[in-house]
Design a protein around this ligand. Structure first.
Ligand SMILES: [Mn+2]
Length: 357
């Protein structure tokens, strides 16, 4: 049985800390066309972050230190400390750092699961450097999006070996820094045909294989769950049940397409409501977990309107939080007792639409 007490709305809302990454204000390039907007400087992105009511930023290692493979440890440290000062000047924190393991010539066929041992070593070394950058930025979390850990044809890799290779890489990271927390962000496909850790269930299972499961958790991204044919709120609940949901990337996704990262709630308001609900009801954020809004601006947006997706997504989270708090729990419980799910369905839709009764 669930040992959680019945949900009571917190007295004060707005206890969540919100973040996004520099890639969430982009130039609009896609695989079929060039950039359509000018780049925005990091300091300006941080100013926007603060102005829109966010509290922190997320980083790839090379967002903080561009072209870091060509730089010495001392130079990497110096540049990371510059970014730390920019954050402090903007009144922001760094939520996490993620090693970008999908751009290098060494990671064409995967990083931790490359068939080339030298490439696997590169991936682990780069991950250790990303942890060092996280420490410079004041972030205590490393996020692993396992972009190319999988295959383009199934027979090119041994799937059992792949799982253990990723475990060994995570163990090396845990040993490198006894304080760091590692979060696995699964996605079922794209860029690879078939990812070896495609879902939150796989990520949680992998965490238990590592040397220190308490320091390995997961990050649910809405779009990635939907691409796996799963419900993102259920994935969050699964992570929460294991005590392993430590970050989220909220966005939206119109079914089985490319990874869209649409504004939160853009495709399916009810699905978005259920995500906010499960986070709120189980105390997500009360122990410092962040709400990341990993949303992509439409290519059609003009330069001076290139942050509305962030503004809208944050406002949608807060609006849906109001809907969670104002839900008539007694009425819902009664309809569940009566097994009148048709009436429950109607009530929830009317509640979301603001229709009384
Ligand atoms: Mn995505």
């Amino acid at each position: 049985m669930d040992s959680q007490p019945a949900y009571t709305p917190p007295g004060a809302k707005g206890e969540y800390r919100f973040s996004f990454g520099p890639w969430n204000i982009d130039e609009g390039a896609d695989p079929f066309g060039p950039p359509v907007r000018q780049p925005v400087a990091m300091a300006e992105k941080m100013r926007v972050c603060r102005e829109l009511g966010f509290h922190g930023m997320q980083f790839h290692d090379d967002d903080a230190v561009p072209e870091l493979d060509t730089k010495s440890a001392a130079e990497i440290g110096r540049q990371a400390r510059q970014v730390r000062r920019l954050l402090e000047d903007a009144g922001l924190e760094a939520e996490f750092v993620a090693p970008r393991l999908w751009f290098s010539p060494c990671t064409i066929d995967g990083a931790y699961t490359s068939n080339d041992p030298q490439c696997r070593q590169y991936a682990v070394d780069r991950s250790r450097t990303a942890i060092d950058i996280a420490n410079e930025l004041g972030a205590r979390t490393l996020v692993l999006w396992l972009a190319r850990e999988g295959s383009y044809i199934r027979e090119s890799k041994n799937p059992r070996v792949e799982v253990l290779q990723i475990r060994d890489a995570i163990d090396a990271m845990l040993a490198h820094d006894p304080q760091i927390t590692i979060l696995i962000e699964p996605k079922p496909n794209e860029p690879v045909d078939s990812a070896i850790i495609p879902t939150i269930g796989h990520a949680v299972g992998l965490a238990y294989l590592t040397a220190d499961p308490a320091r390995v958790g997961c990050l649910v991204e809405t779009a990635h769950s939907i691409l796996a044919g799963l419900d993102p709120a259920d994935d969050m609940a699964y992570g929460l049940a294991h005590g392993k949901l430590r970050s989220v990337h909220l966005n939206d996704q119109g079914g089985l397409k490319f990874d869209q990262d649409k504004s939160f709630g853009s495709y399916n308001l009810r699905r978005a409501f259920n995500q906010v609900r499960v986070l709120e009801e189980y105390g997500y954020g009360r122990n410092g977990e962040w709400v990341g809004l990993d949303v992509k601006v439409m290519r059609t947006q003009k330069q001076d309107a290139n942050t509305k997706h962030l503004r809208n997504s944050l406002a949608m989270f807060k609006a849906l939080l109001d809907k969670v708090v104002s839900l008539d729990r007694e009425r819902e419980a009664e309809l569940i007792r009566e097994r009148d799910y048709e009436e429950l369905d109607r009530y929830l839709l009317h509640h979301l639409l603001g229709i009384a009764g």
